[in-house]
Unconditional design. Structure first.
Length: 226
């Protein structure tokens, strides 16, 4: 019956596995109730980089998405992973456990075609009264000979903004493909600070605020919930 973060806070202190699982379900349910109204009119597309450049960073990426995704209704959420090709990743249960199961066994390998992650989700068109939001998790490497802006246009999804969850391997560094493409397309691009994930309730509110407040052609600096 949880309606706030109390179940999650209690869960951190209990020892019983069964109790932890029950509290996790309660926490997930509370988050879903809290964000359901906020995400009306919005379709969210998450693309996660699993290419070789994410070696040493893929576990951190998975940790972020497990915290980030459970609050979104499944009919509003579409997820893909990509390296040299992209594929949809089905989230069968709107919970932390469901997200963990979907990403189980995912490792970093192969080249990079960031556009393939978008095209893997192109069949999920927003309704006439809905906006599309793209959120990319990874190091912004577009790979060689791949034009990310063309893939975004070809998808027909027409995102209103890009969100970035930067996860960078120290041995490879960070690219600029997402920010550059946002400038080309004339849409806002904002960065989501890892501190946002400490309060799942704040995520949808933060996204709405960042979309509205980020000027086109400008990337916000590690914006966090207020």
């Amino acid at each position: 019956q949880a309606e706030d973060m109390r179940a999650a806070n209690i869960m951190a202190r209990v020892k019983s596995k069964e109790t932890k699982e029950q509290l996790q379900v309660a926490a997930d349910t509370a988050v879903q109730k809290a964000v359901e109204e906020v995400v009306k009119g919005l379709q969210v597309y998450i693309m996660v980089d699993i290419s070789s450049s994410m070696t040493g960073a893929i576990e951190k990426a998975k940790e972020y998405v497990v915290k980030f995704l459970p609050g979104f209704p499944l009919d509003k959420l579409h997820v893909s992973v990509f390296n040299t090709s992209g594929r949809e990743l089905a989230i069968k249960q709107a919970s932390a456990v469901g997200v963990e199961q979907a990403f189980r066994g995912i490792t970093a390998s192969g080249g990079t075609d960031i556009g393939s992650g978008v095209l893997a989700l192109r069949k999920y068109k927003p309704a006439a009264d809905e906006d599309a939001l793209f959120i990319l998790v990874g190091d912004e490497d577009a790979g060689q000979n791949h034009e990310f802006s063309k893939a975004v246009r070809d998808s027909g999804l027409n995102p209103v903004a890009f969100g970035l969850i930067p996860v960078v391997s120290p041995q490879y560094g960070r690219g600029t493909a997402v920010r550059d493409t946002a400038r080309k397309l004339g849409i806002p691009c904002f960065e989501i600070d890892e501190k946002t994930f400490n309060d799942t309730y704040a995520i949808p509110r933060t996204l709405r605020a960042l979309i509205a407040a980020t000027p086109v052609g400008v990337t916000t600096q590690k914006a966090v919930p207020r």
